[in-house]
Write a protein that binds this ligand. Structure first.
Ligand code: ATP
Length: 234
């Protein structure tokens, strides 16, 4: 019986889902994907770019196609990093809770799901639609980000928070409980990179600064299609 349980555990897949605008994807996002995958033994790491209806926002966002293309270029050489068009395909903006429900329905109970977010998003979690239900659908991995304090009293009382800062992947793996979602806090990445900084570097066309923030393929794409040239961000 124990041997059978162990075999079943071995077969459970671990899928990470990383939502965001990705305008554009940058080295912070990619480092998070790689480190989180290693730390949590993730089999498939899915970037899920959000559909953004331009009229609903006060700031301009690049088209879904450009954002998707840059994600595809940035992840092309790493087989376990993939881009999902799930949120882009729908007619309207999806809420994260619906996206997680979709993947949960697709995967059934044979997989452990992890939703990945930065510490800045975590601070706003309580304004997300059905945020408490969201945490019943998947584990949450909150990644530290320079300039944002992590507040561990922030989660719902119903969910367990596990601080894995400073731990190795062997100890982190042991803390994942199959079928029991948890909120994990990790400091595996502490990179001061933002899409805002990338857009500013593109607008100002500052020497090689773009290449310090995004992979070469993405920097070339931004220049080729002259993205972010007219951004008015400070
Ligand atoms: P912008 O500068 O336009 O606000 P961004 O750099 O925050 O963009 P998003 O696409 O909005 O990028 O981020 C997607 C997710 O990745 C969010 O949960 C965000 O918190 C997280 N994230 C982005 N950059 C970092 C970083 N350097 N460290 C930790 N988390 C990050």
């Amino acid at each position: 019986m124990i041997a059978k349980d162990a075999a079943e555990m071995d077969q459970r897949k671990r899928i990470a889902i990383y939502g965001g605008t990705f305008d554009p994807v940058h080295s912070g996002h990619l480092t998070i994907a790689r480190r989180v995958s290693q730390l949590f033994a993730i089999d498939e790491f899915l970037f899920v770019p959000a559909r953004v209806a331009p009229h609903k926002l006060d700031k301009e966002v690049s088209s879904s196609l450009h954002r998707y293309a840059m994600l595809a270029l940035a992840t092309q050489k790493e087989p376990h990093l993939r881009v999902s068009t799930f949120e882009l395909d729908g007619a309207e903006r999806q809420y994260t809770v619906d996206t997680l429900f979709h993947f949960r329905s697709q995967l059934g109970q044979s997989a452990d799901m992890f939703f990945v977010m930065g510490a800045d998003s975590w601070l706003e979690i309580k304004i997300w639609r059905e945020w408490q239900r969201l945490m019943t659908l998947a584990n949450l991995i909150v990644v530290t980000r320079p300039g944002y304090e992590f507040d561990d009293t922030h989660g719902p009382e119903t969910a367990k928070t596990t601080d894995v800062r400073g731990l190795t992947h062997e100890s982190v793996e042991a803390k994942v409980e199959a079928g029991k979602p948890n909120i994990f806090i990790t400091d595996a990445v502490m990179l001061d990179v933002s899409a805002t900084a990338v857009r500013q570097a593109a607008r100002d066309d500052r020497g090689d600064s773009l290449e310090k923030l995004v992979p070469l393929e993405v920097a070339d794409y931004i220049r080729k299609y002259r993205l972010y040239r007219n951004t008015n961000e400070a």
